[in-house]
Design a binder for this molecule. Structure first.
Ligand SMILES: [Zn+2]
Length: 327
């Protein structure tokens, strides 16, 4: 959850204050909670003022395991000076919130669109907070979007004549932060869906968040381990693969143990259930997302992350990025 969602909805705010955030979310008390500021939402909505003091006060009241610094994500389509201004505001909030903080675990957030920028940002943060126990990386969402791939080029790679896809740049940023802060718990914000999380975990990211499973469900897409989006039927547009036309995907769907699929033994039953309801697709996709994250963690524990990721991405266009991760 994020502070913006809570502060901008008085009913939610009241309920969370009354019951506590874990009860409101239906989580047991041992479940760690990372509360984001929702800085990107403040940027979208010019009418609501972002106030680090208010955000910190809310964190103190709700007592999450980790509270993220109120930050201002970069926009790759903005002028360099405008992005620099955003970064300086994020740094000012970092300084302010760490100075005023009592006992909370605060997460500083690195924003960068090149490896060199990431190194500089880490140095800026280190100057304020020292070696952080937890650190986040933001501003990667636009770089991971497929339709920017190959077109959106970050300035420094342009000047060096070394053209990289924006996804490549995103992975280089994560790598740079991991090197700068090797011991910190590392979270990446908003990236790492069911088909991209493997790359993130292989780079040493400890946690990630994504609403891809929910957005995809809205577009009629069903997600399956190691496969891209497959569509159930009525909502399928041109150039999209129908689930029922793909033998590998059908076999994978028959293996699914999610609460929706378990109710239907036959492939037809599962396809109909997923086709018919957004809730069913969202539940199935969320289940696959969590299963994949657990499988990645298990592969890390057993020291087999490289072979696991290579196997999972063998049918995916993302396999071209494997050389960035395992060089
Ligand atoms: Zn399922």
């Amino acid at each position: 959850m994020n502070a913006w969602d809570i502060l901008s909805a008085s009913m939610v705010c009241q309920k969370i204050r009354e019951y506590g955030i874990d009860q409101y979310l239906g989580l047991d008390q041992s479940c760690p909670i990372l509360l984001d500021s929702g800085g990107y939402l403040y940027l979208k909505r010019n009418d609501i003022e972002a106030d680090p003091c208010k955000v910190l006060k809310l964190y103190e009241e709700l007592n999450p395991t980790i509270g993220a610094v109120l930050d201002y994500p970069l926009d790759p389509f903005l002028a360099e000076q405008a992005n620099e201004k955003r970064w300086q505001k994020t740094l000012a909030n970092t300084r302010f919130m760490f100075e005023k903080n009592g006992y909370l675990t605060l997460m500083p957030i690195i924003h960068a669109h090149s490896a060199a920028q990431a190194q500089r940002a880490c140095a800026d943060v280190r100057e304020i907070v020292g070696e952080p126990s937890v650190v986040g990386i933001g501003s990667l969402v636009p770089l991971m979007r497929t339709h920017h791939d190959g077109r959106l080029l970050v300035r420094e790679s342009q000047t060096s004549q070394h053209h990289q896809s924006s996804r490549h740049v995103a992975l280089e940023v994560i790598k740079a932060v991991r090197v700068e802060f090797p011991k910190s718990f590392l979270h990446v914000f908003g990236v790492g869906g069911t088909t991209t999380m493997h790359l993130m975990f292989a780079l040493g990211v400890d946690s990630l968040d994504s609403i891809g499973w929910r957005l995809k469900a809205g577009y009629g897409a069903v997600q399956l381990p190691g496969l891209g989006d497959r569509f159930t039927g009525i909502r399928c547009r041109k150039n999209r693969t129908l689930l029922m036309d793909d033998e590998v995907a059908k076999a994978a769907l028959l293996e699914c143990q999610c609460p929706v699929c378990l109710e239907h033994d036959s492939l037809e039953g599962r396809l109909t259930a997923l086709d018919r309801s957004f809730d069913n697709r969202a539940l199935h996709n969320a289940w696959v997302f969590v299963q994949e994250a657990n499988a990645c963690q298990e592969a890390i524990r057993t020291d087999s992350i490289e072979s696991f990721v290579v196997q999972r991405l063998r049918h995916s266009p993302l396999r071209s990025l494997l050389s960035v991760v395992f060089d």
